[in-house]
Every structure is written in structure tokens, then in C-alpha cells.
Design a protein around this ligand. Structure first.
Ligand code: ADP
Ligand code: ZN
Length: 605
């Protein structure tokens, strides 16, 4: 549900709709795009808060093609700028960048002065220099667009001091409207961005955060390499796997490459910069590669056809999780987000809390508890995520693991008490294995020598209940009722008290390892895999042509056309250029550049 306070111009003028069709080849605006575009065309400033994949770039690119003068786009990363530049140019938009790696500096400056540029991309370090301000005064400005605008706020997760210098620059051109863009959900940061960039409160436009095409699933980690290999079989398209450490990244990348025969490359901050850049470039260009990475990988990856994002361990927070998984399915086609977690992840994360400076501990603990709730919940994952971001979603979504395949639940409060008592009575220093033996009455030398076979908790758990001890222990660790000792034993945590006193109950999913069931239940939101007509000769031929054209133009295939556009082409089977132009995703420039080549292939089928 769009929540916006913008009082004026909620609909864009007809020329904006015409440009949407002509330049981008899209029939309709998505979500709040129209509202943002309308404001900007009206000469007003705005802060657009839209989730990753919602289509932020169109909200300044489209006005830039209509307004007189140049839109200056401030963007924090060169890679991000060049991605955008490529896509803009492919749509026939006059765009250039002024960065240290752009050789055509002179031409760009001249083109700007002559009023020939729609878009001028620049990094904040450069934007804040006097020479740049001087340059801007020599041309005509239509708009300031500030991408990743949360970087201006110390509250945001990526504070960049250079962003603070943008305000004085923009203040020097008071008549030029400002459009700030971010995917950050946090209330505090939003308000701060408005103030830091001098945008009026009523200029904030917030899109709904739902990403309905992403299917969320959380699974217990159990031989994660094999679990990931299975996911890769289900999803032949590009994917990202986040792993917690550099070593894990290297191991998984090597193992999965061998197991799948697909290209799987590592990415982490310990690799030489050239190799990182090369691996990233290979990923962006590929139609089936998997990148195994630490969280160092991500910002600045604008690849729309990522089909899955998997986590081989828990992310840092729900915010981080949403941002990382948001990299899947930007093109709107079905995509998957799968998290594989283990109790140890939470144990370690809670241990690390003590190393955090005291002032931040409470906040970090809250973040971790929210994440534990996501992992533990038996209800809709999407609903939990959206509520976290302040929305009021329906109770079920039909496109997450819990909605598609509701787990059988069982109340195990009594068993939880037994487990906690056993941990307490054995002295809060033994690992799960030992405690389990005590509870199930499996005597061994260690147990006898400590006299644990004489305890009142010895052998009080049997049969069915015994099978639930392990998942129960996981759940108790996730919620902090059990914590790890320095030597890997279990001890009671803060949450244990309420359970032991009978004030809190414990419910877990009945322990059967849930296998991915594919689409047996037919998700209401559709499938988790792209409906590409695999094996359809026309579709395959169109893909081949796209690949060849992409190679020739040295751009990733998606810059030519998205999969959805090729599917529509194959389905519509146009026989003339004007019929081809009707297919969504084909603007005038692309029709001119590629129309004949694609028509020729279609005619052969
Ligand atoms: P963001 O920057 O918000 O993550 P992008 O600007 O990269 O998103 O856009 C994501 C994808 O959505 C792009 O591939 C773009 O072509 C597509 N897109 C944007 N607007 C529309 C629209 N109105 N209709 C269809 N597709 C769109
Ligand atoms: Zn759901």
C-alpha cells in the first residue's frame, strides 16, 4: 500500500506516458513511479523510498528526457553508474559520466555545456568540488537526482561524509528540483535524509515494500553444499549465495562448481581487486552463473535477472536480509530467497554481542531477536517481514514456505522445561549431546563419572519426545533461552526464566525435514521458477540472438532485452516492425537497433 503525503500532481501528464512507451517500451508505471515522476515534472523535490527492483532509475531518467536541461545524477559507485549508463544509452537517452575511469571527459564536458546531455552521472567526491559547481553554472540543469540517498545520514548503514557536501551544491541552484532515492526503510534515516538534502516533508513518497515475485523460504542447515546444489538444479538462472566467511565462500564456490558443472565464482574482500572486478563482470554478463560471496558483494549490482539469493548462514539483521534478498528478481519474474540456518549461527551472533560497545548492545540484541523470530515463525514469512517495515500485510501470502506448506505444529513447553532443567542440573557446561544422553537415559562413562545418571532428569524423555529435543534446542538457542558457554557448552539464557516459571510457552514445527516441494501445492502467487518455455526452439533462437548481440555490443544480455520481452516476442509472433514494437519492453531506440534482427529470427519459425 503506497503511503504518501504528496498533495499535488498524483498523475503524470500525457507526455510522460508517451515517453514511458516510446523510450522504455513500458505500458504502465509501476507502483509509485508515476507519483514521483509527476512531482518532478512539476518542479518539486521528492524523496522516493522504493524497494530494490521497484524501478527507481526510471523516476529520474524519464523526466530527464522530457525536461529542458541536464539531470545530474549523484551515485556512490562507479560500477553502479556504468550499469545505469549502459541501460540508459541502450534506450537512446543521452547519458555520460564524469569519473576517474571515463576517458571521454572532454567530450562530456562539451556536451553538457552545449545542452546535449539528458543525464550526467557523477560521484559525490567530484560533485562536491568547486570545479564541478563551476561547470554546472555553465550549462542548464533540469534536476538533481541523488541515488542511494541514505548515504547522507549517519543513521543509515552506509554513511558517506561526501554526501553531506551535496546540500551546499544544490543550494547554489535553488530553482532546480531534487530527487533523492533510497531503498532504506528505517524511519529515522528517512527523516534525516529529508533534512540533510533540503527536501520538504511532504515530498516523501514511500512505495509498498512487498516483492511478490520473490518466494521466501527458511530451512535448517543440513549438509549445506548438497542443499545448495539442489537449489541450483531447481534454478538454472543466475544466483547469489551469501556465506559468512571468506573460507566458506572459497570452499562452497569450488564444491558447487564441481558438483553442478556451472560457472560458480567466489567474491570477497580478500581477493585481489582485479579478480573481484573480473568475477563481478562475469556475473553481470552471465545468464546462468552463481556467485558465492560475503556481504562485500552486492551494492552496485544492478543485475535484473538474478533468480535466487541464498544465505548459507544467518544475515546480520532483517534489514540486511531484505536488502540482500531484494537483489533477486528485479525483472519481476519469479525468484527465490532461501536461508539455511543453524543454531550455532545465533549462538555465535549472541556471543559477539558482548564485544559490541555497550551503547549499541540493546539495539543489536533487538535486531537479532527479530531475525530469530523470522527463522522460528510458523506463520507467513512475508507478513512478518512487511510488518517489520511498518506495513500491515494480509496474514498469508501464498508464496513463502510456511504458506505453501504449513508446518505441523506441536506445543513442547513441558519438554522445554525438562531440557532447561537438565542443562541447569548438569552444571551449564555440557554440550547438547551430553544433555540429550542424560535426558534420554543413555548412560556412558562420562555420565556415570559425573554422577549424572543419579540426577532427577536422567531418563525422563523417551520415544517421540526424544526426536524433538534437537529442533527444540535449536529453537531455544534462536530465541536466547539457551546460550553457549565459552567452551561450547549450553547454559541458560535470559529467556529461560519465563519458560521454567510457566509464563511462556514453546511451539515448534513437527520434526520432519521438509524437502522443497516444488510447486505441488501451486502457489497462489505463481511458481518459483521462471516460466521460460524451455526447449521452445523460437525462444531459444531469440536467446541465442540476444547473446550474440550482447557480445557484439559488450553489454550484458539483459541490456538488450529482458527474458519477459523475449517470451512475449515468442508468444506474439509479430510479423512486422510495428507489431514487434507493441511488445512490452521494446522502446523506439531498441526497435530501431535490433528490430530487424529479431524479426528475421521470428520469421524463420
Ligand atoms: P531499482 O533501482 O529500484 O532497484 P531499477 O531502476 O534497476 O530498480 O529497475 C528494476 C527493473 O525494473 C529494471 O530492469 C527496469 O527495466 C524494470 N522496470 C522499471 N520500471 C518499469 C515499468 N514501469 N514497467 C516494467 N518494468 C519496469
Ligand atoms: Zn507467506
Amino acid at each position: 500500500m503506497p503511503v504518501s503525503a504528496a498533495p499535488l500532481a498524483p498523475t503524470a501528464p500525457p507526455e510522460a506516458h508517451a515517453a514511458l512507451r516510446r523510450v522504455f517500451g513500458f505500458e504502465t508505471f509501476r507502483g509509485v513511479q508515476e507519483q514521483v515522476v509527476a512531482r518532478v515534472l512539476d518542479g518539486q523535490s521528492a524523496l522516493a523510498i522504493m524497494p530494490t527492483g521497484a524501478g527507481k532509475s526510471l523516476t529520474y531518467q524519464l523526466p530527464a528526457t522530457l525536461l529542458d536541461g541536464t539531470c545530474v545524477v549523484v551515485s556512490p559507485l562507479i560500477a553502479l553508474m556504468h550499469d545505469q549508463l549502459r541501460s540508459a544509452r541502450a534506450n537512446g537517452i543521452a547519458a555520460a559520466a564524469l569519473t576517474s575511469v571515463d576517458a571521454d571527459w572532454r567530450e562530456t564536458v562539451d556536451a553538457f555545456r552545449a545542452g546535449q546531455l539528458d543525464l550526467l552521472y557523477v560521484a559525490p567526491e567530484r560533485a562536491s568540488q568547486p570545479a564541478f559547481r563551476e561547470l554546472l553554472s555553465e550549462g542548464r540543469l533540469a534536476l538533481f537526482a541523488v541515488d542511494e540517498a541514505h548515504c547522507v545520514s549517519e543513521w543509515g548503514h552506509d554513511f558517506r561524509p561526501d554526501y553531506r557536501l551535496l546540500r551546499p551544491l544544490m543550494d547554489a541552484f535553488p530553482a532546480v528540483p531534487r530527487l533523492a532515492l533510497t531503498a532504506t526503510a528505517d524511519e529515522h534515516t528517512r527523516t534525516d535524509v529529508l533534512h540533510q538534502l533540503g527536501i520538504p516533508d511532504e515530498g516523501m513518497v514511500v512505495a509498498g515494500f512487498d516483492r511478490p515475485n520473490i518466494r521466501y523460504a527458511v530451512r535448517h542447515r543440513q549438509g549445506v553444499a548438497a542443499q545448495l546444489a539442489r537449489l541450483m538444479e531447481e534454478q538454472p538462472g543466475p544466483g547469489i549465495i551469501y556465506a559468512p566467511t571468506r573460507k566458506k565462500v572459497e570452499d562452497l564456490a569450488a564444491g558447487l562448481a564441481a558438483a553442478s558443472g556451472r560457472q560458480v565464482l567466489p567474491y570477497h574482500a580478500g581477493l585481489p581487486p582485479e579478480q573481484r572486478a573480473a568475477n563481478q563482470a562475469a556475473f553481470v554478463a552471465s545468464e546462468d552463473m552463481v556467485m558465492v560471496a560475503t556481504i562485500a558483494f552486492g551494492m552496485g549490482i544492478d543485475k535484473p535477472d538474478v533468480r535466487f539469493v541464498a544465505h548459507a548462514g544467518i544475515p546480520k539483521s532483517i534489514e540486511a536480509y531484505y536488502q540482500e534478498t531484494g537483489r533477486a528478481g528485479r525483472d519481476g519474474d519469479p525468484a527465490q530467497a532461501v536461508m539455511f540456518w543453524g543454531a550455532g549461527d545465533f549462538v555465535q551472533a549472541r556471543q559477539r554481542l558482548s564485544e559490541v560497545e555497550p551503547a549499541r548492545q540493546a539495539g543489536e540484541r533487538t535486531r537479532l531477536d527479530a531475525l530469530a523470530a523470522l527463522v522460528e515463525t510458523h506463520e507467513c514469512r512475508r507478513a512478518l517481514l512487511l510488518r517489520h517495515f511498518g506495513e500491515d500485510p494480509p496474514r498469508t501470502c501464498g508464496n513463502c514456505d510456511n504458506c505453501l506448506d504449513p508446518p505441523g505444529l506441536t506445543v513442547v513447553t513441558e519438554l522445554a522445561r525438562k531440557l532447561l532443567s537438565a542443562v541447569y542440573r548438569t552444571g551449564q557446561s555440557f554440550g547438547f549431546g551430553h544433555v540429550q544422553k542424560v535426558l534420554t537415559g543413555a548412560s556412558d562413562e562420562r555420565i556415570v563419572s559425573r554422577g549424572h545418571d543419579k540426577l532427577s532428569v536422567f531418563g525422563i524423555v523417551e520415544g517421540d519426545e526424544a526426536r524433538m529435543l534437537q529442533p527444540l534446542s535449536r529453537a531455544l538457542q534462536a530465541r536466547g533461552a539457551l546460550v553457549a558457554t565459552e567452551h561450547g557448552g549450553l547454559a541458560l539464557g535470559g529467556e529461560a526464566r519465563a519458560i521454567l516459571k510457566g509464563e511462556a510457552s514453546v511451539t515448534i514445527a513437527r520434526p520432519v525435514e521438509r524437502q522443497p516441494r516444488g510447486d505441488r501445492r501451486g502457489g497462489r502467487r505463481g511458481s518459483s521458477t521462471v516460466p521460460n518455455p524451455v526447449g521452445d526452439p523460437l525462444f531459444e533462437a531469440l536467446r541465442d540472438l540476444r547473446r550474440a548481440l550482447a557480445k557484439e555490443a559488450q553489454v550484458p544480455p539483459y541490456v538488450i532485452f529482458h527474458d519477459a520481452t523475449l517470451r512475449d516476442m515468442a508468444q506474439a509472433h509479430p510479423s512486422t516492425i510495428s507489431e514487434l514494437g507493441e511488445v512490452p519492453g521494446i522502446g523506439a531506440k531498441k526497435l530501431e537497433a535490433y528490430g530487424d534482427a529479431f524479426l528475421a529470427v521470428i520469421r524463420q519459425h
